[in-house]
Design a protein around this ligand. Structure first.
Ligand code: AKB
Length: 340
């Protein structure tokens, strides 16, 4: 008998940490963790098994089909926006070809099991592309079907993978005699900038937020790479994990779309700084905009409309900006650096 598991790719990443820690409370879930990096020892007790491997390794993924009954895939492995710009072709391979490998694994699992396999996919506000700052300032809360002109390889990858998920869910093998075979149940969330108190940012263009807080807590100067007036949507990791698990649990017939925005608060970089300074009065935070990274951030919406997620699956963040700092970020990050 194949073991029934939930597969998490990118398990050692920022969302992976939060998701594994959240799922540990559910004894009905056996986590099969996959990452190209070694798994943080703190996560190992909560995983049925960890495999150090590459989502581009088709042989490895083929063995997983033989060994496990994968009911859900949280496909978190990705190369983020800034890192992707330094090697766009490598980012395409990981972000798109890797995702294609996982979609193929999912449809193969669905056919073996005779039932659909849930595929949870973290997309991003990087899928949006506003033409200039003036437009950014006047468009208001951007909806899922608006301004989809990404300016980064990562954003292009995320938007295309949303479409791949839609194809595998609705049209895969549409010309085959057995076309109505079970397939996948693809569900995607376009995440804003995410801030974790537990892990460090890894190559994102929205990372100025978490970087600012972590530098302040460890007492090192921080040069913010965007202007003080730069505004982006953010949320803290507990809400990001909550949104993934809530979307997973939503009845399929309550979902009117495959891709949803979620958000929590949209501060300017200066508002971020002022909040950090209140908690760490000695923090040295300056602004030195990086022209190219600033241009990327200026193409992303200041605010996004998450009313569809609220309507279809009851999405509501638990942390607004004040609670995020007071109850999650400051106490946990302070504790992290005091223990170091
Ligand atoms: C990034 O900055 O690349 C990510 C994102 C906004 O998806 N944090």
């Amino acid at each position: 008998m194949r073991k029934e598991v939930v597969l998490i790719t990118g398990a050692n990443g920022e969302i992976g940490h939060g998701l594994i820690m959240h799922l540990r409370e559910n004894e009905n879930i056996q986590v099969l963790a996959l990452d190209v990096q070694q798994l943080d020892p703190r996560l190992q007790p909560y995983c049925h098994r960890f495999i150090q491997g590459d989502i581009l390794d088709s042989m490895l993924l083929g063995r997983l089909v033989a060994e496990y009954e994968i009911r859900t895939i949280y496909h978190l492995a990705s190369i983020l926006s800034t890192k992707a710009e330094y090697n766009p072709e490598a980012a395409h391979r990981v972000n798109v070809e890797g995702t294609l490998n996982l979609l193929r694994l999912a449809v193969e699992q669905a056919r073996w099991q005779g039932r659909s396999v849930k595929f949870l996919y973290p997309s991003s506000i990087a899928a949006y592309g506003l033409p200039d700052l003036q437009t950014k300032e006047k468009v208001g809360k951007v909806k899922e079907y608006e301004w989809l002109n990404p300016t980064t390889m990562y954003g292009c990858n995320k938007l295309y993978c949303e479409q791949l998920g839609r194809y595998y869910t609705l049209f895969y093998r549409q010309l085959a005699a057995d076309k109505d075979m079970h397939t996948i149940d693809f569900r995607a969330i376009r995440f804003p900038g995410l801030i974790s108190a537990v892990t460090l940012p890894t190559g994102g263009t929205s990372d100025y937020g978490p970087e600012m807080i972590h530098h302040a807590a460890e007492g090192t100067p921080y040069e913010c790479f965007v202007r003080p007036d730069t505004r982006l949507p953010f949320m803290v990791m507990p809400d990001a994990v909550k949104s993934l698990v809530d979307l997973w649990a939503a009845p399929r017939d309550s979902l009117n779309q495959l891709v949803y925005n979620v958000t929590s608060f949209s501060p300017t970089a200066e508002e971020f700084r002022n909040t950090v300074i209140k908690a760490f009065p000695d923090a040295e935070i300056t602004f030195k905009p990086h022209e190219s990274r600033q241009k990327i951030v200026d193409s992303w919406p200041a605010e996004i409309n998450d009313s569809a997620a609220c309507r279809d699956w009851g999405w509501k963040p638990e942390y607004d900006m004040q609670r995020a700092f007071e109850e999650y970020l400051i106490p946990k990050i302070r504790q992290r650096y005091q223990n170091e």
